[in-house]
Write a protein that binds this ligand. Sequence first.
Ligand code: HEM
Ligand code: HEM
Length: 221
Amino acid sequence: MTKDEISTKNETSIFIQKNSVAIRIWHWLTFLTIISLFVTVLMASTALNPRKNIAEVQNALKEKGVIVSNEQAWAVSHMYDDKMWDFHKILGFALTFLFLSRIVIEGTQPKKEKVNFRIKNALAAFRQPGQDKKELKHYLLVKGSYFAFYLLLLAMVGTGLVIAFGSDLGISGPVRHSVKEAHGVFQYGFYTFVAAHLIGVVVADLGKAKGVVSGMINGGK
Ligand code: HEM
Ligand code: HEM
């Protein structure tokens, strides 16, 4: 066995691996961008929801002696929501840039830190006798979840860009509407991944893979 190969026979967990500076910077910038995107969606659908604010606009104007219709109040209430969506769009462009940089980073990663190499290595170890198959299955599931996340990211970026530039590209009407609906559905994949990932890394760090979280900060062993 060469030193690059995965083995469940030694003391340290197979989850304790090196993380390059580029991956660490990418990871924490992506974390910040995605959490900010979640906040824009949360704000736009709660405090800034234009439908819910119609009555508030009408009441505020009524106190100043002005009576306005639902339609007139809507013209004001949706303005702030629109600003939040503009902010969402800008963060979306930042996430698009991060997605593209993840592809570039993969190309520049040392061979043994490439996703492909790690998955192939784990599959090879799986076929060897005497290895802890349960731990290797878990490892493959975790790496598989990252792969699924990258596909979801591609779908989110793709649909987001179509909504943002659809009318310039001649994509409008029902097609843009369906793309927007799909974009809205994909968000649940993000919430699921982020929740599972957070629970996963915390449980791993408290259990067999002590130091896996700090490894995403200091680079690991
Ligand atoms: C964590 C990632 C993201 C989440 C959770 C998310 C979520 C959402 C949700 C729930 C909507 C409302 C959909 C609807 O009204 O049916 C939306 C709209 C939108 N998203 Fe995203 N999105 C994300 C990433 C992106 C990205 C990468 C872009 C790329 C530019 C983007 C661009 C847009 C645009 C342009 C809209 C329409 C805003 C408007 O109504 O004016 N989003 N997003
Ligand atoms: C929006 C939130 C987050 C997203 C989208 C996210 C995404 C990811 C992705 C895609 C990877 C795999 C990177 C690769 O290609 O190798 C990863 C790894 C990792 N993340 Fe996160 N992450 C998030 C938040 C966090 C937080 C808050 C922590 C720490 C508490 C964390 C700790 C880690 C660790 C320790 C790894 C390496 C685990 C391993 O090697 O299997 N992540 N994350």
